[in-house]
Design a protein around this ligand. Structure first.
Ligand SMILES: NC(=O)c1ccc[n+]([C@@H]2O[C@H](COP(=O)([O-])OP(=O)(O)OC[C@H]3O[C@@H](n4cnc5c(N)ncnc54)[C@H](OP(=O)(O)O)[C@@H]3O)[C@@H](O)[C@H]2O)c1
Length: 325
């Protein structure tokens, strides 16, 4: 089979696409014939050895996959050959065949296309876990989404709106702000050039925002936190800007606010039942038309290194997906 390989750490241009032996599922594992794989910013970090997960070389990047099961490992009883599934892989998804632990896979509704399934998993799984279990978001609350035009950002805009919240989207380009507005945000901010505090104060009538969803980090985090409401929740999602922020601890005290960590990968491993339930609710949102992944670009598997480069260069709008050639 063909796969993208990281043989030495470096930029996407150092990756190689070549023939490798197809993997065999071990006990408790299934093999998926890849139809689509979502591309995420961590794919660009893991190949440079800058991510928290550090697989041994050589490895295949790619953290989420959708396709049909074509082999079952010993002891697997929940799945059959031919089942349509999506699964979180951490790495390994940019290959024609992907082996995953069976308990990481979820069966797809018959009407859900594979590219949609590959887009729903990590971005929407993270945003939903963040709002449902970590922030305990209530209808009518206000939500600020930073990096709102990216993968996890746009998912958060759609989901917070679908959950009845009022959403303000912060993004760095006109195109990304327009996209967030088209996907449920009530207002949008150019967070590089506008006065964030003034805009958020105006938008919330001086109260501040109830929930802040931050996949960007860097200097933006503290600026945003200063506009949080009393009893607000600041969701730590990621550090796309590169720097891990240090928010002065007197700020949460002054607002009786919380800084809440969100680690979706750890959640789905440690709480598989709740994760499965979340996915079923997400599928229901999709069936009702309440969420619709925006796939701005699709790359063939043979060009998946270019897809990682596309995300790293901040060009991605919503989701980017790999499909088999
Ligand atoms: N906590 C979890 O469980 C979890 C799960 C999934 C992902 N994540 C994290 O979420 C973050 C976003 O992932 P993603 O796949 O959604 O990425 P993405 O689609 O590339 O979106 C990231 C957004 O961050 C902004 N950004 C600011 N500085 C950037 C920089 N130097 N390089 C790239 N983007 C920059 C960009 O928005 P503007 O251009 O508008 O500024 C971009 O749209 C990553 O840090 C990832 O590790 C966390």
């Amino acid at each position: 089979m063909k796969a993208l390989l990281c043989e030495r750490h470096g930029p996407p241009e150092a990756l190689v696409y070549r023939e490798v032996e197809a993997p065999l599922p071990g006990p408790g594992e299934v093999r998926i014939k890849m139809a689509a794989a979502g591309v995420n910013l961590p794919d660009g970090l893991i190949i440079q050895n800058l991510y928290q997960v550090k697989p041994a070389l050589p490895f295949t990047p790619g953290s989420e996959v959708a396709g049909e099961i074509n082999a079952l490992g010993e002891g697997v009883s929940d799945f059959r050959i031919g089942d349509r599934v999506a699964a979180m892989t951490v790495h390994g998804a940019f290959a024609e065949q992907v082996v995953v632990q069976a308990d990481r896979a979820v069966k797809l509704p018959p009407a859900m296309p594979f590219d949609v399934a590959a887009s729903l998993l990590m971005a929407y799984g993270t945003a939903f876990h963040a709002f449902r279990q970590r922030a305990v978001l209530r209808a009518g609350e206000t939500v600020l989404v930073l990096g709102a035009g990216g993968g996890v950002g746009l998912a958060a805009v759609q989901l917070a709106s679908a959950m009845g919240a009022r959403v303000i989207a912060a993004a760095g380009s006109e195109e990304k702000r327009a996209l967030a507005l088209a996907h449920g945000a009530e207002a949008a901010i150019d967070y590089r050039n506008e006065d964030l505090r003034e805009r958020l104060s105006d938008w919330t009538g001086g109260k501040g925002v109830d929930v802040i969803y931050d996949p960007v980090g860097g200097a933006m985090a503290e600026r945003a936190f200063r506009s949080i409401a009393r009893y607000g929740r600041f969701l730590v999602i990621g550090f796309a800007a590169g720097d891990i922020p240090s928010i002065p601890i007197n700020l949460p005290l002054l607002k009786s606010a919380s800084i809440v960590g969100v680690f979706w990968g750890s959640f789905l491993v440690n709480e598989p039942q709740t994760h499965r339930h979340n996915m079923l609710e997400l599928f229901e949102f999709y069936a009702q038309g309440a969420i619709r992944p925006h796939i701005s670009r699709t790359f063939p598997l043979s060009d998946s290194a270019a897809a990682i480069r596309w995300i790293m260069d901040r060009k991605a709008l919503g989701k980017v997906v790999i499909t088999v050639d």
